[in-house]
Design a protein around this ligand. Sequence first.
Ligand SMILES: CC(C)(COP(=O)(O)OP(=O)(O)OC[C@H]1O[C@@H](n2cnc3c(N)ncnc32)[C@H](O)[C@@H]1OP(=O)(O)O)[C@@H](O)C(=O)NCCC(=O)NCCS
Length: 468
Amino acid sequence: MNEPKIFDIAKIKTPNVQTNNLDGWLRHEIVNHLEGNENIGIELGVAKGVYSKRMIESQKFKRFYGVDVYGDAHDTVEYRNTIKFIGVEEEKYALLRMDFTNALELFPDNYFDFIYVDGYAHTGEEGGKTFIEWYRKLKVGGIMAGDDYHDDWPLVKWAVNDFALQSEETLNITTGEEQSEYCKYPTWFIKKTKHVLGLKTNKELYTLAMQEKERIRQLRAPKPQAPVQNPVPVQQPKAPVKSHFFPKTVIPQGLKIQYEEPVFMDGCFVFCHTKIGAYTYFGDTHIGSLKSIGRFCSIAPGVKIGLGEHTKNYLSTHPLFFKSAGMFNFTGEMDKFKETGVPRTLEIIKEEPIIGNDVWIGANAIIARGVTIGDGAIIGANSLVLQDVPPYAIVGGSPAKIIKYRFEPEIIAKLLELQWWNYSPEIFKNKPVDNIESIINYLETELKNAQPIKYQQWEFLNDNLRKI
Ligand SMILES: CC(C)(COP(=O)(O)OP(=O)(O)OC[C@H]1O[C@@H](n2cnc3c(N)ncnc32)[C@H](O)[C@@H]1OP(=O)(O)O)[C@@H](O)C(=O)NCCC(=O)NCCS
């Protein structure tokens, strides 16, 4: 999914285009607009090959190509399985493992009768660059089409509308919905009636698309796995700051820790990028993944946060089978096997946990991946937290259940509104912090005039500490 700001920008920038909606049409039926059965077609972005196979079966083509780089989430195993699915012996089909730009020069201009783009919806097919680059490969009378013409993919809609306007052709949209996860979005297509020169990629759209591409690439990049070979003990930063990374804390090279001054980490293992709020302290904590933790959190010894999940329905649960056994040096046959293993699905990886402000986690608690812990919550010692914890709840047990709340609902509502952790702790000096009603009364007046505090922010990366 795109970032929320992309939806906002696309809403304003997407040009309006009159569409011709084809009621009940399914995406593979657009080839009915092609004459005869001697056509040449290509699909850009093949993945498992469902659409390519349907195109071959439509009997409309004498030759059909697929192009897919099979990088990131789609890998060699998917490439092999796609060839198997379409048929190793299928004479009409060739699956080219490369990116779309590299495939371009394999074909002359005015070569294809049908081009179907189903590549990177979150980049709007590279900000429409793919449509424009491939349009010249399409014969007059041919069909240019693509998937994901839907509000869920705002950059695709923007790029397609832009392309339809530039090509001066009618934009057709299929509205039928198949019961398949691959075909749930409408397909768009235009029929090329003439050559139009000078089609250009929209610069603003392309820039946004490339930013999204990079963001998604980073999201999909394999996360560092524990244990990491030769972990580097972190030395006390040389810079004169009050925050402490004690020598016993281990943060492998390449991981970025952003924190507000001061924080305190003693004897921790951190195996992810993370963000830590001011006055939060950890004792002897193992952090596999943690998107962020707020201010004034107390993390007891032995806590484990966001550890990795293994696969349950593969042949084995061992990381060798999901390409993550970095702790073993394979040789020979084993090495080969490591390459062909299957990556963990996103479902298994789940989101990194998020921990709010003023959270107290008791000794030896385990916080599972995908969990959000609300502001003010308490996690009892030895708990196994598998579900989100509401603000100011006290949970305990394995699996953790709500035992009670720290305060009455109206007090919790006021605290969540006040967000006292956004102000300097100086304002609490000699104030009745031990009486919740009194301190709320005080804060309700005091915070009206107070400015939220800006803590000095630091970034720790590869033994380097810099202000941010
Ligand atoms: C969760 C905790 C804060 C609750 O304290 P409390 O409000 O005094 O709660 P009580 O002792 O009155 O217990 C209330 C109920 O919760 C249960 N409970 C308490 N702690 C629990 C835990 N860690 N796991 C499961 N259940 C727990 C009690 O058995 C009791 O159940 P009952 O009502 O059925 O008898 C406390 O038990 C705890 O775990 N503290 C963490 C200590 C720690 O690790 N400190 C490290 C220093 S940073």
